[in-house]
Design a protein around this ligand. Structure first.
Ligand code: NGS
Length: 347
């Protein structure tokens, strides 16, 4: 009896030792695989090796499902977080699209952008920030919302604010940030691959997080069409920054022709707002934006956010109340700039 108990204890002992050693072997091999994977995935090179240079923009006639299938090979995480599979990127990029009723352009954008961005070895997520249908569209407010909401999803360090109907056609125009803000749309098709005026900052800009913090983001007061991108230039001037641009041969964008948006008529206040842009920077921006997120849809290849804006509440916020009444001192340079725009028929 005593002998058999002894034997049982002996067997259990051997069993425990065997299980522990196999556990140790498993743990060691797991650690080794992890280390090797970490070592073998190198930081992406400064000059991506797979660029093709100029490439053509094509309209896309398929469905979102087609694109979901097409991009499966890139293994995006839910919400559309894409990473190059061959190396570890240097920064996380959020592409923010202020959006309303542009389904066809959005499909073109989703079809055109990811392959280029992955050739550039960018880690990115596309955020479509859609303002609900009521009221006038406010592009700059949507960019502020996109910035704040993207940061709730992940620690992005680089933000590219992008019109949905502008398509880069040279992949040497790398979608990355530098310490200065970058205006990527340097040569735009609708202006014969030029710009409408030298201080134009519309279309596509890349801001590192630090610049968004320095400029208090963008103004929230431009309801309707025009002026919000001119305002951005004045904000940058206040904090001693200026946009840099890629060479025109790289910063080329295709801009298919389309009619004016119904929900975005000319903003009659835009000239006044642009004139006092500098005086509002500390009151009107990220620190005063008023909005509600009504829905977040994490799609397979992008994130779609639905945003409700209350114009009255926004205009009653601190920045709003100084916007039209501030005793603004306009500099000679500002007047010259506004006059230049005026003389070219922009107002
Ligand atoms: C200027 C607008 C900008 C606009 C640019 C180009 O006049 O917001 O035209 O417009 N400034 C003002 O209205 C103060 S575009 O030809 O792209 O429709 O970006």
């Amino acid at each position: 009896m005593r002998q058999s108990t002894y034997r049982r204890i002996q067997i259990s002992g051997v069993f425990i030792i065997l299980s522990m050693s196999s556990l140790m072997i498993y743990w060691n091999s797991y650690q080794l695989t992890r280390q090797t994977t970490e070592i073998s995935i190198k930081i992406c090179p400064k000059n991506p090796p797979f660029l093709v240079g100029p490439f053509v923009f094509h309209h896309f006639n398929g469905t979102l499902e087609d694109l979901n299938n097409k991009y499966q090979k890139y293994k995006p995480e839910l919400g559309g977080k894409f990473k190059p599979l061959e190396c570890k990127p240097r920064e996380k990029v959020a592409i923010i699209i202020p959006y309303r009723e542009r389904q066809r352009h959005l499909m073109d954008f989703l079809s055109h952008m990811p392959p280029m961005l992955l050739r550039q070895q960018v880690e990115f997520t596309i955020f479509v920030i859609e303002q609900d249908p009521l009221g006038q569209f406010n592009r700059a407010l949507m960019t502020n919302v996109g910035y704040l909401e993207a940061l709730k999803q992940d620690n992005y360090s680089c933000f590219i604010f992008h019109d949905v109907d502008m398509y880069p056609i040279n992949d040497n125009n790398i979608y990355k940030c530098s310490t200065s803000p970058r205006h990527l749309a340097a040569a735009v098709e609708k202006w014969k691959f030029g710009l409408p005026y030298p201080d134009y900052y519309g279309g596509v800009v890349a801001y590192p997080k630090t610049v968004m913090e320095k400029t208090n983001g963008f103004s929230n007061l431009y309801f309707g069409w025009g002026g919000e991108d001119d305002d951005l230039g004045f904000r940058l001037a206040v904090v001693g920054l200026k946009c840099v641009r890629p060479a025109a041969v790289y910063g080329r964008y295709a801009t298919p022709v389309h009619g004016k948006d119904k929900g975005c008529p000319l903003n009659p206040d835009r000239f006044t707002l642009v004139k006092n842009a500098k005086s509002r920077i500390w009151y009107d921006g990220l620190n005063s934006v008023v909005y509600t997120v009504s829905k977040i849809e994490k799609k397979k290849i992008y994130t779609h956010m639905h945003i409700t804006v209350d114009r009255q509440k926004q205009e009653e916020s601190p920045g709003g109340s100084v916007s039209k009444t501030a005793g603004v001192s306009v500099t000679r340079q500002q007047v010259r700039f506004a006059t230049l725009l005026f003389s070219q028929g922009y107002f």
